[in-house]
Design a binder for this molecule. Structure first.
Ligand code: IPE
Ligand code: IPE
Ligand code: MG
Length: 248
């Protein structure tokens, strides 16, 4: 059987891939387990997908791990997730270093507890010199939070005379987002069959290819990632132009 990995065009690997890792709770519930069991099983998928993405030369992998809206979940689930972030990041650290993966975090991290924040900072610092793939963890992140923050910062710079109104353009706005320096996703994957964006990277996804799969996150492994990329490679990205213009 030919695998999706074997069928990939190695010269056209998307540079930037983002994933909404969804369906942990439903996956667990289906087998009579609690939601936290689902989150625990999602940790291995992150491990595999991170390794699989780095192996084929993806430069930026952005994972939506916790939204600002997820703070509204029951406290025991939120606390379990925070603990899981700490243990998961610790367990990934060796692999990140071995695979030259740099970790960064985007989101309103002031809302995290001290232990979780310190643990993340440690992983960020230890992997800061890695020059291979960048793993972007979106934690306590939402697009509206990010956009409001950018607008406030831009307004303050204009008020202080550091920025002129005419300087506000696509690049300027992108540079005020938490994703500054991270290329917009070429491909967005959402697992578990939900067909929505859920406040994720709304500015950055303007021209991303969208891929939805019914597979729940705890069952999404390397080959599922490669299947999504295979699908991506069979699309034509026109960016508003005509098909004929692209072949010229
Ligand atoms: C994704 O799985 C993980 C987080 C949002 C933290 P869910 O917890 O949303 O699982 P479902 O969607 O309820 O099945
Ligand atoms: C989006 O999933 C957030 C993450 C995957 C971290 P949710 O499960 O929170 O999204 P909704 O509520 O179903 O839209
Ligand atoms: Mg969900």
């Amino acid at each position: 059987m030919t695998t999706f990995l074997e069928q990939l065009d190695k010269d056209r690997i998307p540079a930037s891939v983002a994933i909404i890792m969804d369906g942990n709770g439903r996956w667990a519930k289906k087998q009579g387990k609690n939601r936290i069991f689902g989150h625990q099983n999602g940790v291995d998928s992150v491990d595999q997908v991170m390794e699989g993405a780095a192996a084929i030369g993806i430069k930026y992998l952005t994972l939506y791990a916790f939204s600002t809206e997820n703070w509204n979940r029951p406290a025991d689930e939120v606390n379990a997730l925070m603990d899981l972030f700490v243990s998961a990041i610790n367990s990934y650290l060796e692999k990140m270093l071995a695979n030259n993966i740099r970790m960064v975090v985007i989101g309103d991290i002031d809302r995290l507890n001290e232990k979780t924040r310190a643990n993340m900072q440690e992983a960020i610092d230890k992997t800061a010199g890695c020059t291979g793939m960048t793993l972007v963890l979106a934690i306590s992140y939402s697009s509206r939070w990010e956009i409001i923050r950018a607008v406030k910062n831009i307004a303050a710079e204009v008020k202080d005379g550091k920025l002129q109104l005419d300087d506000i353009n696509d690049d300027c706005f992108s540079n005020h987002l938490a994703t500054k320096g991270i290329p917009d996703p070429d491909l967005l994957i959402r697992t578990s069959g939900e067909l929505r964006i859920s406040n994720f990277l709304m500015w950055q996804l303007s021209y991303s290819e969208l891929y939805f799969t019914d597979v729940c996150w705890p069952e999404f492994k390397k080959e599922n990632l490669y299947e999504a990329i295979y699908d991506f490679q069979n699309r034509e990205r026109r960016f508003g132009k005509t098909s004929e213009q692209l072949t010229k």
